[in-house]
Design a binder for this molecule. Structure first.
Ligand SMILES: [Zn+2]
Length: 321
């Protein structure tokens, strides 16, 4: 299980879900208010989302202990067990799932939305679970040592309202992520996510660079960026000595945008209107955005058919290639 003090009492395996029931062993527990040794009272069953195991979603059923304080004068009548290593209070995602999510964002270029989908929860749930971990690691300045190549990346969250959180909105729409792209002693690119800050503006990145201090900025030789001009200005201002380059990831993104534009143009020229259901070029835009190497045979066939319908479609095909 990898979780200290927890026993697995049941495992249920279904084709697309693994349900693991866990509970802690009986240990003497003091009342958090008065310190008197408390007595076992009852159990509360909590359902937690854990990190996927072999691509299968995992749900933990935690039979959480409930205690009663024996001290009659104490105002704490009953209280429930807290295992911060397992999950933060009132959290839905286990700490392990939160770390897994950060790993996905960090090394797989996953979006928070994508990670949320894989875990079967809302992005907000992922965000509230990973934020304290990111904040805690943000306090640890050692990870900023030796960053020679610094990447900056926008993470756009879809289906998020722009309304302020105070008015019932669903929080930030864009985040800026800083990635350490330095090469380690074995010649491997580290690709560590250093930080995530709200917003996708020049100021978001410039403020972050400012906060890192002179020594950090002086150590950065190469600063990669996405094609957003704001980041470029921040690099020019804060990292004057570093070489700014477009990173490969965003070159791919630029290429994708290019295919999109040509597809739209050809669509307009051949049909005289924007893409509609039933048009050969309509409905393949998502497939075109995926890398060719990721396509299934079915998707490949669909693209082939769409391109084959008219000669003019060759332009889209060529750009895509
Ligand atoms: Zn008490």
């Amino acid at each position: 299980m990898g979780l200290e003090g927890l026993h697995v009492t049941a495992v249920r395996r279904e084709p697309d879900l693994l349900t693991v029931t866990v509970e802690s062993g009986p240990v003497p527990t003091g009342c958090p208010t008065c310190g008197t040794v408390a007595e076992a009272h009852s159990r509360r069953v909590v359902r937690l989302v854990d990190a996927p195991c072999f691509d299968t979603p995992v749900v933990l059923i935690w039979r959480k202990r409930r205690y009663r304080c024996r001290e009659g004068a104490c105002e704490m009548a009953t209280f429930t067990e807290q295992l911060p290593d397992l999950v933060r209070p009132r959290g839905l995602l286990t700490t392990r799932a939160a770390r897994w999510a950060i790993g996905q964002i960090r090394s797989e270029h996953a979006s928070v939305q994508g990670v949320a989908r894989q875990l079967g929860v809302r992005w907000r749930t992922v965000w509230s679970a990973i934020k304290p971990i990111l904040t805690a690691s943000a306090a640890d300045e050692t990870r900023f040592a030796g960053v020679a190549t610094l990447g900056v990346d926008e993470h756009v969250w879809h289906h998020v309202s722009t309304k302020p959180v105070a008015d019932g909105g669903r929080g930030p729409k864009e985040l800026t992520g800083m990635v350490d792209l330095s090469t380690d002693e074995n010649g491997q690119v580290r690709a560590r996510l250093l930080d995530l800050v709200q917003g996708r503006t020049r100021a978001a990145y410039a403020d972050w660079l400012q906060a890192r201090g002179e020594q950090f900025r002086a150590a950065v030789d190469v600063a990669t960026l996405d094609p957003f001009q704001g980041y470029k200005s921040a690099i020019d201002e804060e990292l004057a000595d570093a070489t700014a380059v477009l990173d490969a990831f965003h070159v791919v993104a630029l290429g994708t945008r290019c295919v999109d534009e040509v597809r739209r143009r050809v669509q307009q020229a051949t049909t005289g209107h924007r893409g509609r259901k039933g048009d050969p070029l309509y409905g393949i835009q998502t497939i075109l955005r995926a890398g060719q190497e990721n396509l299934t045979d079915k998707q490949r066939a669909r693209i082939e058919r769409a391109f084959a319908v008219r000669e003019e479609h060759d332009a889209v095909d060529l750009t895509w290639q």
